[in-house]
Design a protein around this ligand. Structure first.
Ligand code: BGC
Length: 718
């Protein structure tokens, strides 16, 4: 038997054996990831394609059968955007978006969500998700902020690594394991003005300090693939950047998986970025720079084959790309038991997934305001008015990547996931179970001037309490949907103000994909809850939170600016004479990174460290202890965040940087030490020569409930 068909042989040997049998046309075909919605059979039979994306339903199985008819019977690799659940599938469970889930500060939860997502993807005959997104959400005008874990590199790295572990399991060969893909490499979220996929103006030092660390963390977690960004960095498109892909990622970081381009990145080198005069030149550039799998550049196959035949793409470049892809196909078991789906999802699985979706939704929501303890609503609330344009819209609730690929123009709901629990449904079920009642009015629209405010006000006047669900529309987020204005649109402000004037207990709930500039809302006499796009069980989680059956544990993973002119408003500010302030805006963000209220009330002590001096080099850890006390009347979860400040350094460093956190459950009246272990190398900066180094000297270890409320302890590294 040929070695590559022998399931007992090691993956590496099998991949090399297969490679040796392949012709150049078959090798170039392995480097192609085609759009499975057009011409799929011909891609397989005529152009030896090795991979597809955007294939759903039973089509993956059918195409795999077509591939069995080819000379070497190489199985296909199917990629899909299962970003927060396998949303493109029918009857699957959608989880909170990454930005929502980031509020949980809970890698274990992220790992479980990813694991369950992987099972759904694997059961559909697909093998790879284009997730996690490790771009940083530092400019909320950017349309894709909802896809990020927020602004902080350390938090993004920890949550991203957990998702990689969840998708890939203990072994890729497990029936429910799929390949993770860390994207978009790199600095894609930092494009100028928050305008999608243009140019990121970042230096090497800034890349090393801020944007690459989450990706390095993903490599350490064993992430099987990386996606190159659409953007250019300082003039070099990521897909043409040999330093980034070959030297930094595959070389220095030791990445062993494969690099996939983003959608038509190779075509864009010609048409948009204009660094290559034709597709042949672009194909050479991309292959030599270190892209292994080329996503949807239909002309790549012919252009690259010609370039490879002439030697312009050297044979070792083609072989390396193929080997990197084939290795993963073997490790996944695609030549063996996993060529066709090796698991099924039962009704019981789906029920378990819904329970997890609810747990994730509970952990995602953040209580921003609670003046006069409007919340939790008490037992006396029997008739509830649920108003607002986002009270009952599945499309807006679940958010981007829940329904299918983005197509140009305004996108309409395709009817998938109709059973998601909207706020209205969740509150209705909750109150009905208590013998209460819900009345509903939309009040206004989001993208238009619809005015039903008078009806909403009269519904509110006749109720014991009011929940007003505002936010954004699906079409205000996503690729090509950057926003210059982050206030609530339509007549939403008018609606909220009119409801506040009614005088009933009022909670404004925001269902949206990004921070909003709403200082006016902060000024109203109402509770404010950020519910994000919290997935299929958002409404049931919301009902429990509003009525106090569960407490808010979510903390913001992204700062909220007061006005768009204040962007960037992230907390990793560099020092300056006038840092953080404009003469016409109150200084500081509207809500800082790490912020969130609970029904429990916490008090934090000073941070204490186990020593005063640590060795700057080596593997020492700083043990930080902070006494957390629950001084409120009910149990809750404190989130003790630990930051570091480098007091004197050879280059400017941020005023503070998150280096760890601990979530501690405390009964009413209980006190406990939160313990956070910080390896000394987390104090490292990137110096002017781009070296990561802990510079000897004094540091402040800062701890507290948010980036804006911290106490300090001084240590030294020597
Ligand atoms: C996005 C990627 C996505 C890909 C495939 C691109 O437009 O930038 O994040 O994975 O499409 O759908």
């Amino acid at each position: 038997m040929e070695t590559y068909l022998n399931s007992a042989a090691p993956a590496e040997e099998r991949a090399r054996d297969l490679l040796a049998r392949m012709g150049l046309d078959e090798k170039i075909g392995q480097m192609v990831q085609a759009d499975g919605r057009t011409d799929a059979d011909s891609w397989i039979l005529d152009r030896h394609v090795g991979s597809f994306l955007h294939v759903t339903g039973d089509e993956a199985i059918r195409l795999q059968r077509v591939a069995e008819r080819t000379r070497l019977r190489v199985p296909l690799l199917f990629g899909i955007d299962a970003i927060h659940g396998h949303g493109f599938g029918r009857d699957t469970v959608v989880y909170p978006t990454q930005l929502a889930l980031a509020s949980s500060f809970d890698p274990g939860l992220a790992r479980r969500v990813a694991r369950r997502t992987a099972r759904e993807v694997a059961a559909a005959g697909l093998h790879m998700t284009f997730s996690p997104v490790l771009c940083l959400g530092r400019d909320p005008r950017w349309g894709r902020v909802d896809e990020t874990f927020g602004e902080d590199p350390f938090l993004a790295g920890e949550l991203g690594a957990a998702m990689v572990e969840g998708y890939q399991g203990d072994s890729l060969a497990e029936p429910g394991s799929i390949l993770a893909c860390a994207k978009h490499f790199a600095a894609y979220g930092e494009t100028i003005g928050g305008r999608d996929s243009t140019e990121a103006e970042v230096s090497r030092r800034k890349l090393e300090s801020v944007f690459l660390p989450p990706f390095d963390r993903a490599v350490k977690a064993g992430c099987a693939s990386f996606m190159a960004g659409y953007n250019a960095i300082d003039g070099t498109p990521c897909s043409a950047n040999a330093w980034l892909l070959r030297e930094r990622l595959k070389g220095r970081a030791g990445f062993e998986g494969f690099v996939v381009t983003d959608w038509n990145n190779v075509g864009a080198l010609v048409a948009l970025q204009k660094v290559a005069e034709d597709l042949r030149a672009a194909s050479v550039l991309a292959a030599v720079a270190g892209n292994d799998l080329i996503m949807n550049t239909p002309g790549f196959y012919a252009a690259a084959l010609e370039a490879a035949r002439s030697g312009d793409i050297p044979p070792e470049v083609v072989d390396e790309a193929c080997l990197r892809i084939l290795r993963k196909k073997f490790e996944l078991g695609l030549f063996d038991a996993k060529r066709y789906p090796a698991i099924e999802i039962s009704a019981a699985d789906r029920a378990e997934d819904r329970i997890l979706a609810k747990e994730a939704a509970l952990a995602s929501m953040v209580l921003l305001e609670n003046p006069g303890e409007v919340l939790p609503f008490g037992r006396s609330v029997r008739k509830l008015a649920v108003v607002g344009p986002n009270a009952d819209v599945v499309f807006n609730l679940l958010g981007d990547w829940s329904f299918g690929p983005r197509d140009p123009g305004v996108v309409a709901w395709n009817g998938n996931h109709a059973d998601a629990v909207t706020p209205l449904r969740g509150l209705h079920a909750f109150l009905e179970a208590r013998g209460g009642e819900v009345v509903h009015e939309r009040g206004c629209g989001i993208m238009d001037g619809e005015d039903g405010i008078a009806r909403a006000v009269s519904a509110a006047a006749g109720a014991d309490a009011v929940v007003c669900v505002l936010g954004d529309d699906f079409n205000q987020n996503g690729e090509g949907r950057d926003r210059a204005d982050l206030d609530l649109t339509g007549r939403q402000r008018e609606l909220a103000e009119a409801l506040a004037a009614v005088g009933k207990p009022l909670a404004v709930v925001l269902v949206n994909g990004k921070p909003l500039t709403v200082p006016w809302l902060k000024g109203l006499p109402c509770a404010v809850v950020e519910a994000w796009n919290a997935g299929a069980e958002a409404g049931s989680a919301l009902a429990e939170l509003l009525f106090g059956e569960a407490d808010f544990t979510g903390r913001l993973a992204i700062s909220w600016p007061r006005t768009t002119g204040q962007i960037p408003a992230h907390y990793m500010e560099l020092p300056g004479w006038h840092a953080a302030s404009y003469h016409d805006v109150e200084p500081g963000p509207l809500y800082p990174f790490g912020y969130g209220l609970s029904y429990a009330e916490f008090a934090y002590g000073e941070p204490r460290t186990d020593r005063a001096v640590y060795p700057a080099a080596g593997a020492a850890e700083i043990e930080v202890r902070v006494e957390a006390a629950n001084v409120g009347a009910r149990a809750g979860v404190a989130n003790v965040q630990v930051y570091v400040r480098d007091l004197v350094s050879s280059v400017t460093t941020p005023d503070k940087r998150l280096v760890g956190w601990a979530r501690v459950r405390l009964e009413a009246g209980e006190r406990k030490d939160a313990v956070v272990r910080v390896p000394v190398d987390r104090l490292a900066l990137v110096d002017a020569d781009c070296r990561r180094v802990v510079e000897p000297g004094a540091f402040d270890i800062l701890a507290g409930p948010s980036s804006a409320d911290l106490k300090a302890a001084r240590i030294r590294a020597e």
